[in-house]
Design a protein around this ligand. Structure first.
Ligand code: NAI
Length: 284
């Protein structure tokens, strides 16, 4: 895993976290986004987080400088070559991901592994139109990436076992614990987590309790570190809605229907922490 060259496509909250984590562990990282201001925002966010780590003695100023020097902003994925591993962390929309993977497959040769950080979309479908579908895999990091230890590694129908092994080793080299799962809607993590969040939104919508009461029940009653509505804001309500749609379509089962309140909030642009307002209000 030495001198690994990593490209991260999508510099939102997950892409920024993946880039920072990999660079901290010695990967050489390139970061791109179709909105250039997102890359700048990601870089200043990393700078701020690493500065806090220096202030609290977790890092030295030299280490901070070295980490940041390993992260390179590039205008497009096509601006780089000889990449070992490319991790896509763009918007959770199947058609957009399929298009991006087709382009990545055309640009990179058979030596590059293409991984998606998708929360729920079928890896086999994302892989289908790429040049080397056997080199496509899911690498599902948890939020916030620098803190959370799990990476759900998702094998598509055509993924070669050597690709899986490489990605499991890469996740470990990033300081994470990889767990291998198969390609089913929501994989394991979001098949279990997201219906709980959706049910909390239904409970709020039906007036069963206030947002604070719902979150407190799950925090103090179930020992969850964060209530489900706070967690939904943290994940992003657009991402939560997309995952519920994937589960609903994938299993054709009404128990996965998205709560109308979730859809209404997304329609209104209330996306949670990243937009400044979701179930709670946040200073931007
Ligand atoms: P985000 O909304 O913070 O960031 C997405 C980024 O992708 C934006 O900067 C956007 O400009 C960029 N983008 C959109 N289309 C693009 C394209 N065609 N080419 C390049 N960049 C493009 O979203 P977030 O939360 O970072 O999620 C990204 C992915 O990670 C999604 O697939 C999501 O399901 C997954 N994920 C999200 C988690 C969360 O808690 N938010 C947890 C685990 C996975």
């Amino acid at each position: 895993m030495e001198n690994q060259r990593l490209l991260v496509v999508g510099a939102g909250q997950m892409g920024a976290g993946i880039a920072q984590t990999a660079a901290t562990q010695g990967f050489e990282v390139w970061l791109t986004d179709n909105a250039p201001e997102q890359v700048q925002k990601a870089l200043s966010g990393m700078q701020a987080r690493l500065s806090r780590a220096v202030e609290t003695g977790k890092l030295t100023a030299d280490q901070q400088r070295d980490i940041l020097s390993r992260i390179h902003a590039v205008p497009t994925a096509q601006s780089v070559s000889s990449i070992d591993l490319c991790i896509e962390a763009i918007v959770e929309a199947e058609a957009v991901k399929v298009g991006v993977f087709r382009e990545l497959g055309e640009h990179f040769g058979p030596d590059t592994i293409l991984a998606s950080n998708t929360s729920s979309i079928s890896i086999s479908r994302i892989a289908r139109d790429t040049r080397y579908p056997e080199r496509v895999i899911g690498m599902h990091f948890m939020n916030p990436v620098p803190v959370m230890r799990l990476v759900e590694v998702v094998e598509g129908a055509l993924t070669k076992s050597e690709v899986t092994q490489h990605v499991m080793a890469a996740a470990e080299a990033m300081g994470k614990v990889p767990v291998l799962v198969q390609d089913y809607p929501g994989f394991v993590s979001n098949r279990i987590l997201m219906p709980m969040i959706n049910e909390a939104i239904f409970a709020l919508q039906e007036g069963v309790a206030s947002r604070e009461a719902i979150d407190t029940v799950m925090k103090l009653g179930m020992n969850h570190p964060m209530g489900p509505l706070t967690l939904a804001d943290f994940i992003g309500l657009d991402t939560c809605l997309s995952i519920m749609e994937v589960l609903y379509q994938g299993f054709s089962d009404s128990k996965y229907r998205p709560a109308p309140l979730l859809r209404k909030m997304v329609d209104a642009g209330l996306l949670g922490r990243k937009s400044g307002q979701g179930f709670y209000h946040y200073d931007k």
